[in-house]
Design a protein around this ligand. Structure first.
Ligand code: HEM
Length: 406
């Protein structure tokens, strides 16, 4: 039983509820309860996805290297979830002590996970060097930076660190760094199981790794120094690496007509990290009449719901099936979740450009995102119940010891 995945499911369910609240609030049907935007974003990114990743990366690397399943690391589970729960109360209250405590605990959990993964590599004979481990470790390094800036945002640290646009540094470190690199690592690790096809040669994997890592660095240093000298090359490097990765995934699927709804979810989710990129030049050039402020305020939502959440819709059911030994381990999602999550993104962006109908379009966007949670939440709950059932059916430790001693 993987306690990380149970917490991931809880955070996902709460995120679904908060999307509903955002929709009802936009339609002024729930004016007295205005859920925090911070909660909506972080229950998905820091809660549902990050907790699942922390619980599964050691297992995936062990399975890939034909090692026994590593035991649950309860120290990491406790520091990570204690940190998240403290932040969930500290941020809405803007309580500096709680924000510091929560951020520090999560920071410690990331360091512990990096140590566990590195140890797996150094203690396993013939550990598959060219694998996804470097993506996971570099991604986690960017998460450390994202946590430092996020925790320091309301503690005045960003001034001491001389950061020009701290919120952008935070968002870029966590999305272009952490999420992009861990997603790419999962794709290199699991695409053959998802599609039945090999993905790429080690040389291409290493090139994509360095282009994505250096691209993310440029996209962090840009808003840190308020200089496009870093942002533009960073963006071009990261974008080329991301598109290269997508082409490597799509080509075998077209050639062999082996698309699945899960792969469609996973690949089309990248539309929502590419959309802001296509718009960025218009903001940088300051095109008159262009709702730059509206985009900066709302684009992070479409990024997290359209890209991170949708990627999770496909990958979480696969990881849950692997962890709870529910066969066959396949990607999640269906036509309903696919259409609802994409339409949500379209309406969110439309709400930025069609100001007179902003509240209605915003409410529709969140209404659709709320609906998109349903099929995947039901799928995950079915896997969890099946997994727990088989656990209950398994001979209990007591009877095993008893039968062993008889
Ligand atoms: C310890 C971990 C973290 C802390 C303390 C933290 C803290 C913060 C804070 C204080 C804000 C500003 C909220 C505001 O101005 O309203 C923020 C915004 C944001 N954070 Fe984090 N964060 C953390 C982890 C993450 C992670 C892992 C992601 C992953 C993608 C993330 C993505 C974002 C995004 C997209 C926003 C912008 C939200 C918006 O404007 O709509 N954060 N975070």
């Amino acid at each position: 039983m993987n306690p990380f995945l149970l917490m991931s499911f809880l955070y996902l369910a709460l995120a679904g509820l908060l999307a509903l609240d955002a929709s009802l609030t936009s339609f002024t049907l729930l004016p007295w309860f205005n859920g925090l935007r911070w909660l909506r974003v972080h229950l998905i990114a820091l809660g549902a996805f990050t907790t699942a990743a922390f619980g599964m990366l050691p297992l995936l690397l062990a399975l890939r290297n034909k090692q026994p399943r590593p035991p649950t690391n309860w120290t990491i589970w406790l520091t990570l979830n204690a940190g998240i729960l403290i932040l969930l109360s500290g941020i809405p209250l803007v309580n500096q002590a709680l924000i510091f405590a929560g951020g520090t605990l999560i920071f410690a959990a990331v360091l512990l996970l990096m140590r566990q993964l590195s140890r797996l590599a150094t203690t396993t004979v013939n550990f598959e060097a060219g694998s996804s481990l470097k993506f996971y470790l570099m991604g986690l390094a960017y998460l450390l930076l994202g946590i430092l800036v996020g925790t320091g945002l309301w503690l005045g640290w960003t001034v001491t660190l001389g950061i020009a646009v701290p919120i952008e540094v935070h968002i870029h470190a966590n999305n272009w760094g952490f999420m992009s690199l861990v997603f790419a690592g999962l794709i290199f690790d699991l695409y053959p199981q998802w599609s039945g096809h090999k993905l790429a040669k080690p040389k291409a994997i290493t090139l994509i790794f360095w282009m994505m890592s250096l691209g993310a660095l440029g996209l962090v240093l840009g808003p840190w120094t308020k200089s496009n000298l870093f942002s533009v090359p960073g963006l071009l490097l990261h974008l080329s690496a991301t598109i290269w990765l997508l082409v490597l995934m799509i080509k075998p699927l077209i050639a062999n007509k082996t698309w699945s709804l899960g792969l469609l979810h996973l690949i089309s989710a990248y539309i929502w990290i590419l959309a802001p990129v296509l718009i960025a030049p218009l903001i940088i050039l300051g095109v008159p009449g262009f709702p730059g402020a509206g985009i900066e305020q709302n684009a992070p939502q479409a990024l997290i719901y359209g890209w991170v959440l949708q990627f999770s819709y496909a990958v979480l059911p696969f990881l849950f099936r692997k962890a709870f030994l529910v066969e066959p381990a396949r990607l999640g999602g269906n036509w309903f979740s696919l259409l609802a999550v994409h339409l949500g993104g379209v309406f969110l962006w439309a709400s930025i450009f069609i100001a007179p109908y902003q509240a209605g379009l915003h409410g529709l966007a969140y209404g659709l995102w709320t609906l998109s949670f349903v099929p995947v939440s039901v799928e995950l709950w079915k896997i969890v119940s099946l997994g727990l059932e088989s656990l209950d059916a398994a001979p209990s430790l007591g009877s095993t010891i008893k039968s062993a001693s008889d």
